[in-house]
Write a protein that binds this ligand. Sequence first.
Ligand code: 6GU
Length: 225
Amino acid sequence: MRIDILTVLPELLNGPFSASILKRAQDKGLVEIHLHNIRDYSTDRHNNVDDYQYGGGAGMVMSVGPISKAIDSLCAKYRYDEIIYMTPDGDTLAQPLCNQLSLAQNLLILCGHYKGVDQRIRDLYVTKEISIGSYVLSGGELAAAILVDAVVRLIPGVLNDETSALTDSFQDGFLAPPVYTRPPEFKCLKVPEVLLSGNPKDVAAWREAQALERTQLRRPDLLSE
Ligand code: 6GU
C-alpha cells in the first residue's frame, strides 16, 4: 500500500510513523508513507496556504490553490482508491472502515487546519470524510496518524502471530477479555484459576464469557448493532 498525506505540519507526523509497528511495516516494504507539505505548492510570495473566509467570521480557511495543485500532481502519478479528508464533521472512524481501507492500493489523506479547507476542495476531490470522535483537534494530523495506524496494522504480514489483529477488541464485535501474566498472585489478587488450568477449551469459554460481560457492561451499543 502507498499512503500520501497532505499537511501543513509534516513534522507532527514523522514521529508516529518512525517507531514500532508502523516503522516495521515500512521497513518490510508492506507500506510506503509519503508526507507532502502543502506549503510547497503555494505560489504566494509568502508561501501562504490560507485566507480570510468569505462572509466574515473568525478563523482562516485553507485555500483551493495549493491543495488542488498538490492533489492534481499526485493524481497524475497514482490512482487513489480513496481521497480522504480528516475533519471533525466526517463519519466517525470504526473498525469496519479500517478493514475496508486496509485492502486499498493507494490512499491520499488530506489534513485540515484552521477553519478547514474551502468547501470546493471537498466537492471536487474528496471521496471520504473521516472524524476520529466527537471532540475538536487543532488539526487533522493526529487524527490521520490514528487512521494510518489502525489501517496499516491490518495489512497482511504487518502483524506477527503474537500481535494478531483477529483477537482485537471490536474485530469480532466484542471488547477483548481481561489478560494476565506472571506472577500468579499480586497484592492479594489472583490470576483466574481457569487460565492456569491448561485446558484450552475452558480457557476459550472463559474468554468468550468475559468478552461478552465486558461488552454488555461497557459498550452495550456494540451488541445492539
Ligand atoms: Cl479528523 N480533525 C480535527 N481537526 N478534529 C477532529 C477530528 C479530525 N476528528 C475528531 N476531531
